[in-house]
Design a binder for this molecule. Structure first.
Ligand code: ADP
Length: 480
């Protein structure tokens, strides 16, 4: 891994504006999922260092909060520009530790940076209200103020964007933040901290604490100083963190698992639906929380859709993300591969047919698969597969498919392809999801509210709503 700017390869933690080792000197190897190669040795921090990061975030808060929004915005803008300037290095770091193809990694750098640009702009538009008084001598106002010290815990599937989607609105609002990145992908997080430092984000405003998830999580949740936790990851860990935050009544944003339906109606443009399915299903080798997990295809177009999809999927190049033309990289680790294989074999054992793919290649690679004749008794119907398998379910009518699509504890993203206008409205309104892609397989961007309902979480990220998660309302009642 040869970086143009070697300074971006950081292996120490970043606390209170300083690069530091773990108190006990412990390190953890970060490996390349494409070939198992060791990339770096990153510090493994614990409770004591996390407490220091919290104290630093508290000490930095008054000055950061007191800056004008314009001043905070211009620092964030510099961070955005530095990230864009170092796109190639950040993408290389990301592909090396996470596995996604280089073109996708570049896309993620742009996506990650866009949150910083967006919230730098939004910082200046944190408006309050004036409310007509309820009595003749009363004047009522609403101020919006920063929540205070905040914490973020992020996953490995989007090593940059899941961080900026939290840090940018937090810092824009005037909050400070302690981040615990995923153990698989700390290098991207630490490179972002390096650029944050160069952008002039003051010491203590943004600290990065890689290390022991349970110990760090416990200190962040237990601390009365930390007023908010934003978490992206599994539903099980999200529920556990919510419980851990109960004693201090923290504000919470939780972006958890999904089980996205992708519905193809008989009036859909089939070629567009196939292209949308490929994006929604196979991006990041199927390892995103908004990946299509269940594909419901109308009886009349089932065969044609399956054949067209399999033809295109067979042509997707599998390999190390660093190689030209690769669109499917490795899965993150052996455990992930095992889960995907268990979903595949469970479906095959229960009567599904494998139209293409499903082969294991040396390392953590699997060729992208399409399954037909899938039923709701199979694991792929209930659980998030998080891998490159497209299971095709058959349906006959609209009410039936809406019921099947909603029959899950999750409610993050849903997709459907249809052209009849009345149907488009009916289905969009009936789907119990936080986000619905209609005739598109790609819905994420910084200007729209990202988030789910039911077991998929709480709160929204991105958009004008994203910054509200880091603001408290204060009502003033003035007697005149
Ligand atoms: P995944 O299965 O995608 O790794 P997790 O929910 O296990 O999802 O992990 C998401 C993030 O949560 C990672 O940064 C991980 O280290 C962290 N994490 C996992 N368990 C805990 C915990 N008990 N307390 C705090 N953080 C945790």
């Amino acid at each position: 891994m040869e970086l143009q700017y070697p300074q971006l390869l950081r292996q120490q933690a970043y606390i209170n504006g300083r690069w530091c080792d773990a108190d006990n000197g412990q390190c953890q190897v970060v490996t390349n999922p494409a070939n198992g190669e060791a990339l770096a040795q990153v510090a493994v921090l614990g409770a004591a260092e996390t407490q220091r990061a919290i104290d630093a975030a508290q000490a930095a808060l008054p000055k950061w909060q007191a800056l004008t929004a314009k001043a905070r915005a211009s620092i964030l803008r510099r961070w955005f520009e530095l990230i864009i300037q170092h796109t190639d290095d950040l993408a290389l770091l990301m592909t090396s530790e996470q596995g996604k193809p280089l073109a996708e990694a570049r896309g993620e750098v742009a996506y990650a940076a866009s949150f910083i640009e967006w919230f730098a702009e939004e910082a200046k538009r944190i408006y309050g209200d004036t409310i007509p008084g309820h009595l003749a001598d009363k004047r009522l106002l609403v101020l919006k103020q920063a929540v205070g010290v905040t914490a973020a815990i992020t996953p490995w599937n989007f090593p940059a964007a899941m961080i900026t989607r939290k840090a940018a609105p937090a810092l824009a609002a005037g909050c400070t933040m302690i981040l615990k990145p995923a153990p698989q992908t700390p290098l991207t997080a630490l490179a972002l901290a390096q650029l944050a430092e160069e952008a002039g984000i003051p010491a203590g405003v943004f600290s990065v604490v890689p290390g022991d998830a349970i110990a760090i999580g416990q200190v962040l949740c237990d601390s009365p100083i930390v007023r908010k936790l934003s978490f992206t990851g599994s539903t099980a860990v999200g529920k556990q963190l919510m419980a851990q935050c109960a004693p201090t009544l923290k504000k919470l944003s939780l972006e958890l698992g999904g089980n996205a339906p992708f519905i193809v109606f008989d009036d859909a443009d089939l070629d567009a639906a196939v292209d949308g399915a490929i994006i929604a299903k196979y991006r990041n080798a199927g390892q995103t929380c908004v990946c299509a997990n269940r594909l419901y295809v109308h009886d009349k177009v089932y065969q044609a859709f399956a054949e067209k999809l399999a033809a295109k999927v067979t042509a997707l190049k599998v390999g190390a993300g660093i190689n030209d033309g690769v669109v499917i990289g490795p899965l993150i680790d052996g455990k992930a591969l095992e889960k995907v294989q268990s979903h595949l074999h469970d479906a095959l054992d229960k009567g599904a047919k494998l139209l293409c793919g499903g082969q294991l290649l040396a390392g953590n690679f699997m060729t992208p698969a399409v399954l037909t004749e899938v039923t709701s008794q199979m694991k792929v119907a209930r659980e998030e597969t998080f891998g490159p398998i497209a299971p095709l379910f058959r349906f006959h009518d609209e009410a039936e498919v809406i019921a099947m699509a909603n029959d899950t504890e999750f409610g993050l993203a849903a997709y459907f392809y249809a052209n009849n206008l009345s149907r488009v409205w009916r289905v969009a309104e009936a789907l119990e999801y936080g986000m619905v892609g209609i005739n598109t397989g790609l819905i994420s961007n910084e200007v729209a509210p990202f988030g789910g309902i039911k077991a998929s979480g709480l709160g929204r990220e991105g958009s004008k709503y994203g910054i509200e998660e880091y603001l408290e309302l204060k009502y003033l009642c003035i007697s005149v």
